[in-house]
Design a protein around this ligand. Structure first.
Ligand code: ATP
Length: 366
């Protein structure tokens, strides 16, 4: 296995009786950008700390390439860490801060300065070398923290909510910077965030965690359009989740009967499903077409508009289904230049293509 891949084998961590991380297996490829996403307390930081060597596991192993580093000291792991609280040394200049890890590694002073200056150029702040941390903005400090981590070229970089303290605009700018640096360094990055959009835009793969275990691991598209459990469907973005029964499996699609009335619908087939299986049909808001009642060919659901939200580029329409037992619904479409939209109380009809609906087996409920 190549030198900067990361392998986690049956890794686990308990605090007393509490399982913070259940036995977990994970392989992160060399140069991959993997994001750990999940609700608060789901075990993201615990997993990162075990990989960094900041906590001891109760069982399992951590390998970098083929080296077992499970019980190695953090500074012997060839891993760089960037946390939300950047903690630069206040009494050192920016250049000294960045050169510090090199000094610790006994790199000659002139060479350390040269490499620190190079790292400052990489974060595009070459002119601040002689300033002190308190003379920098939050975003600049965060970039320096990144430079300090990159300067010794670790093959794996762990980032725990590195942009959590920044405002939205700066965060988006830093997301691009981190992606650029990732491309230039070719390092393997494991990134923790609460922010779904950040996870979706930055990652090669997302590892969605729930209660100390991996709920689903895949590309952003896999998780968004092919959730394997209701938890994943619900956690990532908005969705319509309709309880249904599989009636027939035909080629690449299934036909289903939705709700107590058994309204007919279609969805993509899933190898796990057979006729009679209880499922939820997931349809993303932008895949649900909406029109005034009676105007949609092949309409499947009837509903009443309860709220309309125009979010600039998208108009979102929230609805109550005519069938009482079905959950509330949401459809989204590009906002029309004419301003034409739906109003509260409008009766509407909804339809979707079978290829835009995914069936999630009831047995995959969490
Ligand atoms: N030192 C500790 N002692 C006891 N329990 C702990 C300790 N560290 C973490 N935990 C518990 O382990 C669980 C997982 O924590 P962890 O920090 O890994 O979650 P997280 O997914 O990173 O959450 P967040 O998104 O809020 O940072 C939490 O319930 C937390 O309370």
């Amino acid at each position: 296995m190549s030198s900067s891949s990361l392998t986690v084998q049956k890794l686990s961590k308990r605090y007393g009786d509490f399982v913070a991380l259940a036995e977990t297996d994970l392989v992160v490829a060399e140069g991959e950008f993997l994001t750990l996403l999940g609700p608060s307390g789901s075990g993201k930081t615990t997993l990162l700390s075990l990989v960094a060597g900041l906590a001891r596991p109760d069982g399992g192993a951590v390998l970098i390439g083929s080296d077992d580093v499970t019980y190695s000291a953090p500074h012997l792991r060839d891993i760089g860490v960037v946390f939300q609280n950047y903690a630069l040394f206040p009494h050192m200049t920016i250049l000294e801060n960045i050169a510090f890890p090199l000094k610790m590694r006994k790199i000659e002073a002139g060479e350390a300065r040269r490499r620190a200056q190079e790292a400052l150029e990489m974060i595009r702040l070459p002119h601040i070398a002689q300033r002190y941390p308190k003379e920098l903005s939050g975003g600049q400090q965060q970039r320096v923290a990144l430079a300090r981590c990159m300067v010794y070229r670790p093959s794996i970089i762990l980032m725990d909510e590195p942009l959590g303290a920044l405002d939205k605009k700066l965060r988006e700018h830093m997301q691009l910077e981190i992606k650029r640096i990732h491309r230039e360094l070719g390092a393997t990055i494991i990134y923790v965030t609460h922010d779904q959009e950040e996870a979706m835009t930055m990652s090669d793969r997302i590892c969605l965690m729930n209660s100390g275990r991996i709920e689903q691991l895949g590309t952003p598209g896999d998780l968004y359009f092919r959730p394997e459990t209701l938890f994943v469907a619900d956690f990532l973005g908005e969705s319509n989740l309709l309880p249904a029964k599989v009636e027939a499996v035909e080629g690449g699609e299934i036909s289903v009967a939705i709700g107590a009335k058994g309204i007919k619908g279609r969805a993509l087939a899933d190898g796990r499903l057979a006729p009679g299986a209880a499922v939820h049909i997931m349809i993303r808001p932008q895949n649900l077409s909406i029109a005034p009642a009676g105007e949609v060919d092949g309409a499947k659901l009837q509903a009443t508009v309860t709220d309309v939200m125009v979010t600039g580029s998208l108009t979102k329409v929230y609805m109550k289904a005519a069938e009482e037992e079905l959950p509330d619904l949401v459809a989204a479409f590009p906002t029309r230049a004419s301003g034409e939209t739906f109003r509260m109380g409008d009766r509407v009809a909804l339809a979707w293509h079978g290829t835009d609906a995914v069936a999630i087996p009831e047995s995959a409920r969490n």
